[in-house]
Design a protein around this ligand. Structure first.
Ligand code: RRO
Length: 299
């Protein structure tokens, strides 16, 4: 079968199919399980300075088209998380620490307090006051925070971008200017669901972020636009639930993909996606590098 080994965002991976942030990334045991199930790299749940319980529940609801969540950045603080990263690493795949903060100083403190194979800066959570997209929608803040973490760490720094803006490319260019190794697109799309019997918003936080199949075309477009404009690699995430979705994201310009919501069907999806990509490459007589950004080269 065609090899999928290669560089993704500054990490040498066995395959480019990764565990996305937020799903199964809360404990070392679940990070390890995802790695053993075939993830080329695993991304942790976003970690910050202080412990947080997150938003009041319900925090997640299955809609017909995907998942709507407003977990609200629950995490034990970076001071309690290194052991989980170390356990996660025993799965044999690189562990990427997703981190958040409200300022460059907070990002630097969290990054400085953790030893991981790479960092993914969460500048895109759509429903956390003072964090995520509230900062990450300002190109100047994205650049400043990225630069601060890049100065602090010698491992790859990825920046996860919000699609909830008119111009995601401007944010990607800011991350690139700040020295990011790669950008990750996209976080969830700001959304809402209402229970029609009671008239109440379903989520405890009222609004949240939509993931799953409904957002894949948005993610593909964002990856395509970013790949066309940036010199650094783009990692694609959003609604990938089968190998065809991954191939499409790679054709849009992704050099790696992350899988999140689809894992609610089990971890086997990770291997099934990477095996599907390999078989597709064999059938087409192509290498992975031929596939990346193919859509932008077709005329
Ligand atoms: O914790 C969350 O509610 C959350 C985060 Br940190 C994120 O980045 N994206 C999302 O949809 N939810």
């Amino acid at each position: 079968m065609a090899t999928l080994r290669g560089d993704v965002g500054g990490l040498e991976l066995e395959n480019p199919v990764m565990l996305a942030a937020g799903i199964l990334g809360t404990t070392g045991a679940s990070l390890r399980r995802a790695a053993l199930a075939g993830a080329g790299a695993v991304v942790t749940k976003s970690i910050g300075i202080e412990p947080r319980d997150g938003h009041p529940g319900p925090g997640i609801v299955h809609l017909g088209v995907g998942l709507l969540n407003a977990m609200g950045l629950p995490n034990p603080s970076y001071r309690e998380f290194q052991e989980e990263i170390d356990i996660g690493r025993t799965g044999g795949s690189p562990v990427v620490a997703s981190i958040f903060g409200s300022s460059p100083e907070e990002f630097v403190e969290v990054a400085g307090g953790l030893d991981a194979d790479a960092f993914e800066l969460n500048l895109s959570c759509p429903h956390a006051q003072g964090y995520g997209a509230e900062i990450g929608c300002h190109p100047g803040d994205v650049e400043e925070i990225t630069r601060a973490v890049v100065r602090e760490k010698s491992v790859p720094v990825w920046v996860k971008l919000t699609p909830n803006v008119a111009d995601i490319v401007a944010l990607g260019l800011s991350a690139e200017r700040g020295g990011a190794t790669a950008v990750v697109a996209i976080n969830t799309i700001k959304a809402m669901a209402i229970d029609v019997e009671s008239g109440y918003p379903i989520l405890g936080n009222r609004v949240g972020g939509l993931s799953g199949p409904a957002i894949k075309p948005v993610a593909v477009r964002c990856v395509y636009d970013l790949h066309s404009a940036l010199s650094i690699p783009v990692i694609g995430v959003g609604g990938i639930s089968c190998w065809q979705d991954a191939v499409e994201m790679i054709m849009a310009g992704a050099s790696g993909v992350q899988v999140g919501s689809a894992l609610s069907g089990g971890l086997d999806i990770l291997k099934s996606i990477s095996n599907g990509i390999s078989r597709y490459l064999d059938r087409k007589g192509m290498a992975l590098a031929d596939l990346s950004g193919l859509a932008g080269r077709q005329r």
